[in-house]
Design a protein around this ligand. Structure first.
Ligand SMILES: Cc1cc2nc3c(=O)[nH]c(=O)nc-3n(C[C@H](O)[C@H](O)[C@H](O)COP(=O)(O)OP(=O)(O)OC[C@H]3O[C@@H](n4cnc5c(N)ncnc54)[C@H](O)[C@@H]3O)c2cc1C
Length: 263
């Protein structure tokens, strides 16, 4: 580690003001992405602004047909929530599958979404479910939020306060884990709302994306069998020591079938 200033604001306004004071200040939520990056010198913030005591960033609520989760809710809290389990069981299952118990008890939904790791689970749920990311300044549709690898639409000084998920008619998630890191090598979240199916893929490319081939097949009929014979192009898919692009393309269809069975 190296020296940095540590701040513990109690309001979003204070946190935002502290963020604005230094170009290199970073928010600290669960620390399970930021602290490993600091240890590896991939991030060297001058100031850490701990959101742990900030009011208004917690809570889980169902408002009509919208599930609302505070940015500082940990993965373990979301996974254990009866409200989440009843409203969107597939989301509770996704969250329960993140990392290990230690990660789930520290990592937060706000931190995961803001980090936009190309292998993270939450972005797939946000994109498929048409979530809205609410910040201290505005509301951002998931379609606009996830820009590229570790890049989002968040502007300097912007703080995620909550995420809102419209409740779908059906939803399912399946992932093939990287056996070493346990992150998804490929994860597919399916959501059907109204008459339309959205399929969001994580782990396969530099950023979460929607898969047209899977959506077209499931829009015809929402059943695993509809995906028989469907192929996904390898364009833009990652090819690395863990898996080639062709294997990832194959896994997208297999995971989509499993997600459709689970939905
Ligand atoms: C061993 C290990 C295994 C893991 N496995 C998985 C896995 O299988 N699947 C998975 O999805 N994730 C996994 N993770 C990542 C984990 O879910 C992280 O906790 C999460 O990605 C980041 O959340 P955090 O609360 O820890 O954020 P932090 O590390 O505190 O912050 C991450 C980034 O988000 C910013 N930030 C935090 N909160 C906000 C906010 N409210 N508004 C704006 N910006 C904010 C920070 O400034 C920082 O840039 C794993 C992590 C570890 C260490």
């Amino acid at each position: 580690m190296y020296p940095f200033n540590y701040h513990r604001p109690t309001s979003v306004r204070q946190a935002s003001a502290l963020l604005g004071k230094s170009e290199d200040a970073r928010l600290l939520a669960g620390g399970h992405s930021l602290l490993p990056m600091m240890k590896q010198r991939l991030a060297q913030p001058s100031d850490l602004i701990d959101l742990g005591l900030v009011e208004g960033l917690r809570g889980i609520e169902l408002k009509g047909r919208t599930l609302q989760i505070g940015a500082m809710m940990t993965h373990a809290e979301v996974a254990a929530s009866d409200v989440v389990r009843e409203a969107i069981p597939a989301l509770a299952e996704l969250v329960a599958s993140i990392g290990d118990p230690h990660v789930r008890h520290r990592g937060t939904i706000g931190g995961s979404v803001a980090n936009n790791d190309p292998n993270a689970d939450y972005p797939a749920a946000c994109l498929a479910l048409e979530a809205t990311i609410v910040t201290n300044r505005r509301r951002i549709d998931a379609d606009e939020f996830f820009v590229d690898m570790f890049e989002t639409a968040l502007e300097p000084g912007e703080i995620i306060t909550k995420i809102q998920f419209p409740v779908p008619r059906r939803a399912g998630y399946a992932k093939f884990r990287n056996p070493a890191s346990r992150y998804p090598l490929v994860g597919v979240f399916l959501a059907k709302r109204g008459g339309t199916v959205r399929a969001a893929v994580t782990g396969a490319a530099t950023c979460v994306f929607r898969c047209k081939e899977v959506e077209d097949a499931l829009n015809a009929r929402f059943a695993p069998k509809s995906l028989d014979g469907v192929t996904v192009p390898t364009d833009g898919l990652n090819s690395d020591m863990h898996a080639g692009a062709d294997y990832r393309a194959h896994l997208i269809v297999v995971m989509a079938k499993r997600a459709a069975s689970a939905a």
